[in-house]
Design a protein. Structure first.
Length: 334
């Protein structure tokens, strides 16, 4: 058991489609051991943090200004009830960080959360990029030689090299001395810094904040390495496997190519999707979040989300090992 475990969390989630289904599954898992999780979902598909903070267009996904009211409006029934906030940035992470001043806007959300609830715990969710670099908006970016050692795309290498960017976002959001003074680089960004709701900007605060990282991106890389290692005792049998009845990296995403780049036939037919999680990766993601937010070993959590116990038991180990070996989570294994 880690130190200072929690038994409940009321979470304000900020992100995009890589949050879809996660709060619900986390609720199911932790409730099985008697813990409580309730939540509010502030997510816009594909959105960077800055977009979620202040997009002025009320026609977009119901209006971000409406979505944010539970966090920032003292007149809202849920204001001040969130003791936890989880924020994630748009991906791929390096371009989002460069163009959207991620630390600036993450701090806005964290300051607002602390203004509403002085003891709110603050988390940055490290996600992942396209497993087979299929994003049509960033073909040159994914061709970076650093991500393609020996000329071959390596998703695990990409995930490892992405982590320092997440660290930088957490650092900039935590420490006002590091926070960018103003978003820069594109002319639209000033629209996202002008607060339009009454009562002044709730995202301004002074002092250092304690921001922890939820390292799902590293857990995913660790899982892929463990699958490849094929340790004695690991049972990777999986009825829904893309390859030969054994879980592989292909089974972690919704519909990747079967053998990228030589074969562009997708695992399930139809349009490629190498970014959104399969039921297996969603389960791993929920385990990592439960480990960081509740500071508890997930070993006693049940198999769920269509993941069989032989796979679930390995994922529970990977999640806890990743979290307790990452100094940015604030969780130890004692």
């Amino acid at each position: 058991m880690a130190t200072n475990p929690r038994s409940s969390a009321r979470t304000y989630w900020v992100g995009h489609s890589l949050v879809t289904g996660l709060p619900e599954l986390l609720t199911t898992l932790v409730s099985s051991r008697g813990d409580i999780h309730s939540f509010y979902d502030h997510n816009v598909p594909g959105a960077p943090i800055g977009w979620n903070w202040g997009n002025p267009d009320p026609a977009w996904d119901g209006g971000v200004n409406t979505k944010i009211l539970p966090l920032v409006s003292p007149g809202h029934a849920d204001y001040g009830t969130f003791d936890t906030i989880v924020v994630t940035e748009g991906v791929p992470i390096q371009p989002s960080y460069r163009w959207w001043s991620s630390g600036f806007y993450a701090r806005k959300f964290f300051c607002a959360a602390r203004r509403a609830h002085p003891n709110a715990e603050l988390f940055l969710y490290e996600s992942w990029g396209h497993m087979q670099r299929t994003d049509p908006d960033f073909p040159t970016y994914y061709s970076n030689p650093d991500f393609n050692p020996g000329g071959n795309w390596d998703f695990v290498t990409y995930q490892r090299l992405s982590r320092p960017v997440w660290n930088a976002i957490a650092d900039e959001a935590s420490n006002p001395a590091l926070t960018p003074v103003l978003p820069a680089l594109t002319p639209v960004l000033p629209d996202y810094t002008t607060w339009r709701l009454p009562g002044g900007d709730p995202g301004n605060c002074t002092g250092t904040l304690d921001v922890k990282i939820v390292p799902t991106g590293q857990a995913l890389a660790n899982l892929i390495e463990r699958i490849a290692a094929n340790r004695v005792g690991d049972n990777w049998t999986y009825a829904g496997a893309a390859l030969g009845g054994r879980l592989s990296m292909l089974d972690l995403f919704s519909n990747p190519y079967t053998d990228f780049p030589s074969n562009t036939t997708t695992v399930h037919g139809g349009e490629v999707d190498d970014i959104h999680p399969s039921n297996v990766l969603l389960y791993l993601n929920a385990l990592v979040h439960s480990s960081v937010i509740y500071r508890k070993n997930p070993a006693n959590l049940p198999a769920a989300n269509g993941v069989p116990e032989n796979i679930a038991s390995i994922l529970r180990e990977v999640a806890w090992e990743t979290v307790t070996n990452d100094s940015r989570t604030g969780v130890n294994s004692q």
